[in-house]
Design a protein around this ligand. Structure first.
Ligand code: FAD
Ligand code: FES
Length: 351
């Protein structure tokens, strides 16, 4: 396998095209990518849909992994991919140009994009519940006329009222709830959405919503599941836990949930309730600081991982939270022997 470095795009003669094979998890599509055209543009022109959002190389949603051949991205830009991911062949398809015949692995089924098309609508705020000093649960209701559905693990974008700024939030509610969605949101000391939620938001407000988006979610036939969540990174895990419960999975499901401070901890009762519904669910809650909360360990979600967590070779890991925690978790899981392709992650990248 040759992976082209992130290089200045070569002067490919106009009229040249490269054949690119897109390997979704459920099917394969072959497209022709003309010189000067990105893989995303060529795929869309050929009717092959790809997960994307910003289209300018900043959000990291449109990632694919080159398995043979080469894709180049323009040099001199900062991309939301780590050096290690680039050297493993990860490329942003909204930026990538094909350098000859190439094969790209995608970690989602093509069917997902047809089943859950992106809609833009206005939703009503139906609930604002503070779950902790810094965490609020936002509940919204979609209009009946809008056909909305999603796969657990996906997210939507909200426009902050009175601005043209959008922020992304993962559904914490399960995929069977199509009209009523819930989100768990960390309210920062400063930040556009945080300021709105802290000082202005009220039940009855209207919010513009776009989604669903993203490819984070359970594998088609998940074996043992290991979930690692930092802070409000718990949101998509709650949604995926509901799917696992509905599917009556018999595999073991482990959730490691970490927060920095006591005031950030939330949903401990909710997790207890989930445990009582799902006997195969094991929950480990960790806190950076000393605590007298019963059952809460001191440490972080990475420091409490052991070889036993990934002992079954069919284990898949799902990570969500701040990028630094995800990097550390990914490295630790690989040290413990979990192959890279069994690690799925949703980065809560800052806007
Ligand atoms: C796919 C995805 C899913 C997500 N899901 C969730 C979720 O479920 N729950 C959740 O809590 N979060 C989630 N996030 C993060 C979320 O989208 C926002 O980034 C987060 O809520 C902060 O938004 P904000 O508007 O409050 O802060 P922002 O306005 O984006 O500010 C963020 C930080 O930057 C600082 N800052 C702002 N402007 C400047 C400036 N000019 N110079 C220097 N510093 C500045 C602020 O002080 C603040 O600390 C997700 C992100 C992604 C990409
Ligand atoms: S769509 Fe955002 S990086 Fe490609």
């Amino acid at each position: 396998m040759t992976i082209a470095p992130i290089e200045a795009l070569p002067d490919t003669p106009a009229g040249t095209t490269s054949r690119v094979r897109l390997n979704y998890t459920d099917t394969t599509r072959e497209i022709d990518v003309p010189a000067g055209t990105t893989v995303l543009e060529a795929a869309e022109a050929a009717g092959a849909r790809l997960v994307s959002q910003c289209r300018i190389g900043t959000c990291g949603t449109c990632v694919g992994r080159v398995s043979t051949g080469a894709l180049a991205m323009p040099e001199g830009r900062v991309y939301p991919l780590r050096a290690e991911e680039l050297s493993e062949g990860m490329r942003l398809l909204c930026q990538a140009h094909a350098l000859g015949e190439t094969e790209v692995d995608l970690d989602y089924p093509a069917a997902m994009l047809d089943e859950h098309p992106v809609v833009t609508t206005t939703v009503k705020v139906t609930g604002l519940t503070w779950l902790a000093e810094t965490v609020v649960e936002l509940a919204v209701r979609l209009p009946k006329s809008i056909p909305f559905s999603f796969r657990s693990g996906q997210y939507v974008r909200f426009r902050i009222p009175g601005t043209d700024e959008w922020r992304s939030y993962s559904m914490a509610s399960g995929e069977r709830h199509k009209r009523r969605l819930a989100f768990t949101i960390r309210v920062l000391p400063t930040g556009a959405m945080s300021d709105y939620l802290r000082t202005a938001a009220a039940v009855g407000d209207e919010l513009d919503l776009e989604g669903p988006m993203g490819s984070f979610g359970l594998e088609e036939q998940p074996g043992p599941v290991l979930m690692i969540a930092g802070g409000t990174g718990l949101a998509p895990m709650l949604s995926m836990l509901e799917s696992l419960q509905t599917a009556r999975t018999r595999n073991s499901v482990r959730l490691v949930f970490g927060c920095a401070r006591q005031g950030d901890l939330f949903h401990l009762d909710e997790l207890d309730a989930r445990r009582s519904f799902m006997p195969n669910l094991d929950v480990r809650v960790v806190l950076d600081e000393q605590t007298d909360r019963p059952g809460v360990l001191v440490g972080n979600p990475v420091s409490v991982l052991t070889a036993e967590d990934v002992a079954d070779p069919d284990t898949s890991a799902y990570l969500c939270g701040p990028p630094a925690m995800l990097d550390a978790a990914r490295e630790r899981l690989q040290q413990l022997g979990l192959p890279r392709e069994r690690i799925h992650a949703e980065h809560f990248l800052p806007s």
